[in-house]
Design a protein around this ligand. Structure first.
Ligand SMILES: [Ca+2]
Length: 363
């Protein structure tokens, strides 16, 4: 692959390589990483702390194209110049309308996600460090050894596979993912967190109609303390909704006599899930606020309502998480499908951060 990229670069550079030392394939903002790093001569990949040339246009090639980058962090340079970028950040290209003379939007650029994720092996906030200041509590990228799935965040919260969960290759941006066989397939994991939480994961269903027919529930994440009693519990659920493929989410949180439900969106949500396609679900909540996003777009964003008495969202004391199905009803609505890059984060992701994350990783 590297040889092919270099050959392409040589072709593009033509007779004046000394004028364009960092030429990347224009507009491929996602694909040039390795070659760019190698051309920069630092012998390392993203996150090594060095700025690498990302993109430049031949100065006299097409007057209606120009390199661009619209954020003040992640890349340095000026429109039309060679941008130098760190981490996942990449410059883009803008085009000029030949009739009006107006420059269009900057296309293909990759901006900082805005915060660090620990466990994904990337410098997601483009500051030259892959693992600094992150609030990632757990990250399952899909690496499995025996019956254990590795917590890539480095926190040591490894998961335990049960009932036919396996690791497969070909997940989001390559690498492994977790495949669930339905029924009693699940991943148990130790976890503790408080009132501020983000739950983010990529998922791919294989039989939405069956899930809907069984219970109308897509997945349930977590519940129970380590004593494994029925309460308290917590859950983040995706519900196929009234129409097949539409989704909503909700949290169930601990309560003394009844669990409390905090819904994320109506059953008539127009957010669509399609079998065989990867989708991104993100739940965020504080005591006062909650939001649910599908594929980078907001489904629900609203103040937390008190549903039962004076109960509020508070996950303090929760010690066990479960991915794949309800612990108290393991055969109902269990996930038959795939999960990748499942993560819990005590940083409450903003809408802009969710969108940037989705745009960077979307298939
Ligand atoms: Ca970083």
């Amino acid at each position: 692959m590297k040889a092919l990229v270099l050959a392409l670069l040589v072709t593009l550079l033509g007779g004046c390589p000394e004028e364009q030392p960092g030429l990347d394939v224009i507009g491929d903002a996602k694909g040039g990483d390795a070659a760019v790093s190698d051309l920069a001569g630092d012998g390392a990949s993203d996150g090594d702390g060095k700025m690498v040339p990302d993109l430049v246009l031949p100065p006299d090639s097409d007057p209606n194209k120009m390199s661009c980058y619209t954020s003040s962090s992640g890349c340095t340079g000026t429109p039309g110049s060679v941008y130098k970028c760190q981490g996942i950040c990449r410059a883009g290209v803008m085009l000029r309308d030949k009739n009006t003379g107006q420059w269009g939007a900057c296309q293909g650029q990759v901006l900082s996600i805005g915060f660090e994720i620990c466990g994904d092996g990337r410098d997601t906030n483009c500051d030259g460090d892959k693992n600094q200041g992150c609030q990632t509590l757990i990250f399952f990228g899909g690496k499995v050894s025996g019956k254990t799935v590795t917590d890539d965040s480095g926190k040591g919260k490894h998961g335990t596979l049960q009932g036919g969960v396996s690791s497969k290759k070909g997940g989001i941006k390559g690498g492994e993912y977790l495949s669930f066989a339905g029924k009693k397939s699940r991943v148990n994991f130790p976890i503790a967190f408080g009132t501020n939480i983000t739950i983010a994961f990529w998922f791919r269903t294989s039989d939405l109609a069956k899930i809907k027919a069984e219970a109308g529930w897509l997945f349930v994440f977590g519940k129970n303390d380590s004593s494994n009693t029925s309460k308290p519990r917590w859950a983040a659920i995706i519900n196929p909704g009234l129409q097949l493929g539409t989704v909503r989410g909700w949290f169930e949180v601990p309560g003394s006599s009844h669990h409390q439900e905090f819904h994320f969106g109506a059953t008539t949500s127009s957010a669509l899930v399609i079998d065989g396609q990867w989708h991104l679900a993100v739940f965020t909540t504080t005591v006062a606020w909650r939001a649910f996003y599908l594929d980078g777009a907001v489904v629900t964003s609203e103040a937390n309502k008190i549903v039962y008495g004076s109960y509020k969202i508070d996950f303090s004391g929760v010690k066990l998480g479960v991915i794949g199905h309800r612990k108290d009803a393991p055969d109902v609505g269990a996930l038959k499908g795939d999960i990748d890059d499942f993560q819990l984060d005590s940083h409450v992701w903003t809408a802009a951060e969710v969108k940037s994350y989705y745009n960077f990783l979307k298939p």
